[in-house]
Design a protein around this ligand. Structure first.
Ligand code: NAG
Ligand code: NAG
Ligand code: NAG
Ligand code: NAG
Ligand code: NAG
Length: 580
């Protein structure tokens, strides 16, 4: 009774928002919108390719931009000295004696002739500089893990202890029988980690976004940013820094989203039609802010095992290889237990160390999802969950494809199974977004989307927001998470019974090389997100970071189907464990 009463009050209060939001889900995007979204996917791949090549390229403005910037020269409040006034951050190359992977090493501590499943294993890691001198401080960003290739088995470390003097201890639990080999991947030296974080905190203008304004045949492109300060690309003079210029304000205080675009000369703010974000040009902004000091980061490298023992032999003496007493997968469990990894792979199946998860069969999955509406909101990594479910929940699950054009289904997700009354939906989150031109009419606020969900026990929300925020600082990221948390709390008070809310953590695979986007930035966002949602009752965070740290398939911002299948399986274990 009490629950119903509060429902009524809430539905009055949020009627407007909910009604408004409902339209968001109903509205079908036009072909053009869909194609633009498609282009974003393509651009993400190009961006990754760019990062992988490891080159720092300065892009030249296209002719259309040149024209635009020439027109821009006058009137504007252009502070051409500003870049020189920006704080200068020391490049890691100029720091004396940074960590050098090739001189660093690890070994197994106190190796034994044989081990049992559930025994602990410790490895000692020492990092050295180019002169082969042990470092005197910690802070290196490294990923130790264990693998048995023939068993398709692997696990991240339970814990990495930084002794602060150039040495580290990585602790593991041995979860399977066989020959197990330890590895250590040095992702960023402490010097690079410091540099990357300094840039994040002190140079917010390291990413290039544009708006296109269109009216009939007239169109104009202007830069956008989360603050009113931004760079303007002026072909002749290079980049100019514009401070508190005349802007169109597309911010939404209710959702914490700030978004400003330089006012177009001949059109009004309401003519905004498209958005894009370019990491490549953003990197040239960074070079400018660093006064053209060319900076790139070292590629991740494996450390040498200099011990006498390469692998350990493990015998099985236990029936429960999780080595922990696990609860059922009830909502609200932490993403991992203290001093334990979130799980491990055995024969490519993820064995959770958080809860008693099982590999769900198709029949169970369909029965569990009967009458449910699953909403996936976030970036391309949660779109992978949507796609996986579309193609793995039986013959009667059909994607609603609005066009026969190849690939349109990648940009707007809606699928249903009439036989079992199961509905799946996917939408992207809002600014800042990277990728090529996209219609602004299909950019929805994540807060509005969540407010539009019906709520109740048949509603399932899968949410993630990380990869597109590596270009912002942690304070800004938090300011965007707060209204999302509030929307989630509102969601859980709507309808009969509680909606299931699952947050997908960030995954590895951002790769690096340019300091504007590295694994470390994603990792820091992820820690921030976890700490923030820890206090929110009945919200479950799935630790996809650990699920993508040691898999034999390597690192990819869009993990392989094998990995995504295991992510979705764990998600379903939480969705399906809920007692009515
Ligand atoms: C570094 O020093 C160690 C001794 O501490 C030596 O065994 C090793 O060969 C040296 N490594 C290189 C690359 O010079
Ligand atoms: C660093 O500190 C740890 C813990 O105090 C110690 O065990 C280790 O020997 C030290 N390593 C070096 C290289 O000084
Ligand atoms: C974070 O970024 C925002 C937006 O660029 C800026 O206003 C704020 O001062 C920054 N805060 C910190 C603590 O760096
Ligand atoms: C289908 O499921 C939704 C909840 O997701 C429910 O509201 C609706 O009544 C169901 N329809 C049928 C025909 O059972
Ligand atoms: C979480 O949800 C369960 C089931 O709906 C409920 O019994 C419990 O009180 C909730 N926990 C909190 C802290 O709200």
């Amino acid at each position: 009774m009490a629950e119903m009463k509060s429902n009524n009050i809430l539905s009055e209060d949020f009627k407007d928002i909910i009604n408004h939001g409902k339209n968001i889900w109903r509205r079908k995007p036009s072909m053009r919108d869909l194609l633009l979204w498609l282009v974003i996917v393509g651009m993400t791949y190009l961006m990754l390719a760019f990062f992988i090549t490891g080159r720092v390229k300065l892009s030249h403005p296209k002719p259309s931009q040149r024209k635009f910037s020439a027109r821009m020269r006058d009137e504007r409040n252009i502070d051409s000295n500003a870049p020189a006034k920006l704080p200068i951050v020391t490049s890691p190359a100029t720091t004396s004696n940074p960590t050098v992977a090739r001189k660093s090493f690890f070994y197994i501590q106190y190796p034994k002739a044989s081990y049992n499943v559930c025994d602990r294993l410790a490895i000692y890691i020492e990092v050295r500089d180019g002169n082969n001198k042990t470092k005197t401080r910690g802070g290196d960003f490294m990923w130790p893990y264990l693998q048995t290739v023939s068993l398709r088995a692997s696990t991240p470390a339970d814990k990495v202890i930084d002794h602060g003097n150039g040495s580290y201890t990585a602790l593991f639990t041995l979860h399977w029988a066989g020959e197990i080999e330890p590895f250590v991947r040095l992702v960023l030296s402490s010097e690079e980690a410091y540099f990357v974080r300094s840039i994040r905190d002190r140079i917010p203008y390291r990413f290039a976004y544009d708006a296109k304004f269109t009216d009939g045949k007239t169109s104009e492109v202007t830069p956008c940013h989360i603050t009113k300060d931004m760079y303007v690309d002026k072909a002749a003079k290079g980049l100019l820094f514009v401070k508190k210029a005349e802007v169109c304000d597309f911010s939404d205080p209710r959702t914490g989203s700030t978004w400003y675009c330089l006012k177009p000369k001949s059109l009004s703010c309401s003519h905004r039609s498209n958005h894009r974000g370019s990491p490549e040009r953003g990197n040239s902004y960074l070079q400018q802010a660093l006064l053209h000091k060319k900076v790139s980061l070292a590629k991740p490298e494996m450390l040498k095992n200099t011990g006498n023992v390469r692998t350990v032999k493990v015998m099985s003496k236990v029936s429960d290889s999780a080595c922990l007493d696990l609860p059922h997968c009830n909502p609200g469990l932490p993403p991992k237990r203290a001093d334990h990894s979130a799980g491990y792979y055995f024969k490519d199946l993820w064995k959770s160390k958080v809860c008693l998860a099982s590999e769900l069969q198709l029949k169970e999955t369909i029965e569990c999802l009967r009458n449910k509406h699953l909403f996936f909101i976030g970036d391309s990594t949660i779109r992978q969950w949507f796609w996986y479910l579309v193609s793995h929940t039986g013959q009667t699950m059909k994607e609603h494809i609005t066009s026969t054009e190849a690939g349109v289904r990648r940009v707007y997700g809606h699928a249903f199974d009439n036989a079992h009354n199961i509905t799946l939906d996917f939408r992207f989150h809002d600014y800042p977004l990277i990728g090529d031109w996209i219609s602004t009419s299909v950019i929805y606020s994540a807060v509005d989307l969540i407010d539009s969900l019906p709520g109740g026990r048949d509603t399932v929300l899968g949410f993630t927001m990380c990869a597109h925020f590596t270009f912002t600082n942690l304070t800004y990221y938090l300011s965007r998470l707060e209204p999302i948390r509030d929307a989630i709390v509102r969601l859980q008070t709507r309808g009969t019974g509680k909606a299931t809310v699952i947050i997908k953590s960030a995954n590895t695979g951002t790769l690096q090389v340019t300091p504007v986007n590295t694994e470390l930035l994603c990792y820091d966002l992820d820690l921030t997100m976890r700490a923030f949602f820890r206090e929110v009752p009945n919200v479950t965070i799935i630790d996809v970071w650990d699920m993508t740290l040691s898999h034999r398939g390597g690192y990819n911002i869009h993990p392989s189907k094998l990995v995504v299948g295991e992510e979705v399986n764990l998600f379903l274990n939480f969705v399906c464990s809920k007692r009515a």
